[in-house]
Design a protein around this ligand. Sequence first.
Ligand SMILES: NC(=O)c1ccc[n+]([C@@H]2O[C@H](COP(=O)([O-])OP(=O)(O)OC[C@H]3O[C@@H](n4cnc5c(N)ncnc54)[C@H](O)[C@@H]3O)[C@@H](O)[C@H]2O)c1
Length: 286
Amino acid sequence: MDFKFNKVAVIGSGTMGSGIALVLAKAGIKVTLNDLKDEYLEKGMEQIDKFLNGSIKREKMTEDEAHQIKDRISLNTDLIDSTKDTQLVIEAIIEEFEAKKRLFIKLDEICQKDVIFATNTSAISISDLANATKRQDLFIGLHFFNPPMLMKLVEVIKGEKTNDETIGRINDFCEKLDKTPVISNETPGFIVNRLLWVFLNESYKLIESQVAKKEDIDTAVKLGLNHPMGPFELSDYIGLDIMLEIGEYITNQDGDQYKPSSLLKNLVKQGKLGRKSGEGFYQYSK
Ligand SMILES: NC(=O)c1ccc[n+]([C@@H]2O[C@H](COP(=O)([O-])OP(=O)(O)OC[C@H]3O[C@@H](n4cnc5c(N)ncnc54)[C@H](O)[C@@H]3O)[C@@H](O)[C@H]2O)c1
């Protein structure tokens, strides 16, 4: 059996999928990026171009290197074509259990039996998703951070039945990508989002109860805890809808002490999702 991943399919070409495809292509791996419509794929490719052009401008890579990286990425809306001859499929579609489950059922039907399935979910149970397939031993969480090109950490999450060989192969793969993998058993939110949710939700509650202004809390966290971003800047950067989904998921699994603040829910209801919508806790010029 070939233990290397020469060709990988990334499903979902949004913020994370396009970034993950770029990380892989930069490491010399052929990638097929899949999404539901051509226009979504084009949007993903715009993100990739933006990063590559910026890197050329800052003299981090040559035009020739950028071309070679782009040449390794192909775009496809057909799931069968996208996964042909791949050894690994990385799912990075919307954070909805039913949507991911439907996708994995389909993938399980069309992919060879030895293909590893990885999910970039932020919080959903790896085992629950694995149970939609007949390859629970080859199913794993592979949680990149945003933006994938710049963030060094990848959480590798074991499902109940993920086998040691799969963990080893994915761990080696992360190192090949020049990332630092950490291995975790599954728990709602895994390591980082579990801690992050408690921290961010507590920050929202501080402004709700008028303890301090958001600007002051951001300053306090940056200077007092040495964080590069304050909790409100970070929330806007991640996306408030994503944070709400993570918080609701952890609450559903582990109880009301994790319940999202009403402030966050109201902002999401108003479509204030952070940087991507132009407004969240702060306003952004597009
Ligand atoms: N944004 C973050 O900071 C972040 C960080 C780590 C992990 N994640 C996780 O990564 C995943 C993707 O998040 P994102 O921020 O990139 O979302 P996004 O909304 O930017 O992109 C999701 C993409 O998936 C596509 N899609 C939806 N259903 C599909 C299907 N059945 N087949 C193919 N494509 C489909 C959508 O068209 C869209 O382009 C989620 O599970 C999220 O929780 C997000």
